[in-house]
Design a binder for this molecule. Structure first.
Ligand code: 13P
Length: 287
């Protein structure tokens, strides 16, 4: 079922677990994530960056593929199709294309402009029964061409943005996209607690889920994190498995690789990664 993500994240917050957002890039990743969620009876969020949306020929194609796959695979767990780090224009396009959830990343605007644009998009999203995530304090690292410096969000700004009617909030707490550097200081739990309390316990989103130690993930969930985004870890697992298959030379004597067989080990690696994360986040059997 394609659903708006609000209810699943409120349930996660109240039940002290987190729903995983896994980014999709093509049919194979989408299928792998949906099948794993169904097998584990877990709610799931499919994240689509603007770059991945373009790669898949546009948001309408993505929405049509996901809706059709949910039907043909018999997926009954709640699935949200969510724009990841959307621009103002991208968010509007996804609302039109039939996504069930959007993120508007206004963290690089000054707070007044972030407030104005978020307010407009909240009204538009809610008029279409679409959930909306906003961001305060940019997440560090690089995510599909969007570069953030890695800030700790100001709890007052978080309170202001969350009071605009958004459904969940991404607040920077020292997290960064991609692999964490060796000298990373870890998540700032003091900041997380202040943000949790200043925002009337709105479901919080932790970006940069790859490589955060398990104990930090558990602490973050205990302090209101209800959605955790994972992308790089799936990419690493997919690349490793695909490389091993190619290096093992399992081609078909002169005919090259059968594309379905070539991608199968990577798909299995994504399934294993998604399963591991759903177990760690506590979303198994929470559909
Ligand atoms: P990672 O790429 O670090 O897993 O982060 C994913 C993310 O936050 C997508 O918004």
């Amino acid at each position: 079922m394609l659903v708006n993500a609000t209810e699943m994240l409120q349930k996660a917050r109240d039940g002290h677990y987190a729903v995983g957002q896994f980014n999709i890039n093509n049919l194979e990743w989408t299928k792998a994530i949906l099948q794993t969620a169904q097998e584990l009876n877990s709610p799931v969020i499919l994240g689509v960056s603007e770059g991945a949306g373009k790669y898949m020929t546009g948001f309408p194609t993505v929405a049509a593929m996901v809706k059709s796959m949910i039907e043909t695979l018999g997926i009954t767990v709640p699935v949200a199709l969510h724009l990841d780090h959307g621009t103002y224009e991208g968010a509007k396009k996804c609302i039109e294309a039939g996504f069930s959830s959007i993120m508007f990343d206004g963290s690089h605007y000054d707070i007044e402009e972030n407030v104005a644009k978020t307010t407009e998009l909240v009204a538009l999203a809610h008029a279409n029964n679409i959930s909306i995530e906003a961001e305060v304090g940019s997440i560090g690292g690089e995510e599909d061409g969007v570069v953030g410096m890695g800030e700790v969000a100001d709890p007052e700004e978080c309170a202001r943005i969350s009071s605009l009617g958004i459904d969940f909030l991404a607040a920077g707490i020292g997290n960064i996209h991609g692999v964490y550097p060796a000298n990373w200081k870890g998540l700032d739990f003091d900041a997380l607690e202040k943000i949790h309390n200043a925002t009337n316990h709105i479901p919080l989103v932790l970006h940069g889920g790859t490589g955060i130690p398990e104990d930090m993930i558990r602490t973050a969930i205990s302090l209101g994190v209800s959605k955790i985004n994972v992308n790089t870890e799936c990419q690493l697992a997919f690349a490793k498995a695909t490389r091993a298959y190619v290096e093992a030379g399992k081609d078909q004597q002169g005919k090259g690789f059968d594309p379905r067989k070539l991608l199968a080990p990577g798909v299995d690696a994504i399934k294993a990664t998604v399963k591991e994360k759903m177990e760690l986040f506590g979303s198994v059997n929470k559909a």
